[in-house]
Design a protein. Structure first.
Length: 188
């Protein structure tokens, strides 16, 4: 057997594995596996010495699989799905087709790859992403409260002023209890 290329079509509960021989493009293995690293590594083991590379599509849940494959010393590539034009003009596709498509693109050297962020740095990155997410929501709430006050009273209060408002202050500015409650949820 020559060089082998592996495509893993990862889903929430299972992974479809397609293994293709480079020269002949012959499909040497195709099977759906549970999302269980030991099971996937066991399926790859008979092909280990010939595997040139493994492609995993970048989905929301790829960390465990890519990390496990890399720990097992496989050469892993993370496919960037937003840069692939796989489905243009194709009327039918399934998991088997997708797995072999990934393997084929790797074999041809045209796989658009995503960056595999180092495992040890991901928690800090995720924390920063969460902070950014919370800050965007906080800003949206402040803007919503500003808009509600201006819409109902004609008064303009800047962002810093909105942040300083107490429930009592809101009750003085907004006379309707429902508006006060809405403002309170936006400022606390």
């Amino acid at each position: 057997m020559g060089e082998l290329y592996v495509g893993l079509d990862l889903h929430s509960g299972n992974t479809y594995m397609g293994i293709m021989e480079g020269g002949s493009k012959r499909r040497v293995y195709q099977k759906r596996h549970k999302n269980n690293l030991e099971e996937i590594l066991q399926a790859l083991e008979p092909f280990r010495d010939e595997v040139k590379g493994i492609v995993v599509e970048s989905t929301y849940n790829w960390f465990w699989l890519v990390d496990g494959l890399m720990d097992a010393e496989y050469k892993v590539h993370l496919a960037n799905p937003s840069a692939m034009n796989q489905y243009e003009g194709i009327k039918y596709t399934d998991d088997r087709h997708d797995a072999f498509w990934l393997a084929h693109m790797l074999m041809l050297g045209i796989l658009p790859e995503g960056y595999i962020y180092p495992k040890e740095d991901r928690p800090v990155r995720d924390l920063l992403r969460k902070r950014s997410f919370l800050m965007r929501h906080r800003t949206a709430n402040i803007l919503s409260c500003q808009s509600m006050i201006e819409r109902n009273t004609g008064k303009r209060i800047d962002g810093a002023g909105i942040k300083r408002l107490s429930t009592e202050d809101l009750g003085k500015i907004l006379t309707d209890e429902y508006l006060v409650f809405s403002g309170k949820t936006s400022t606390n």
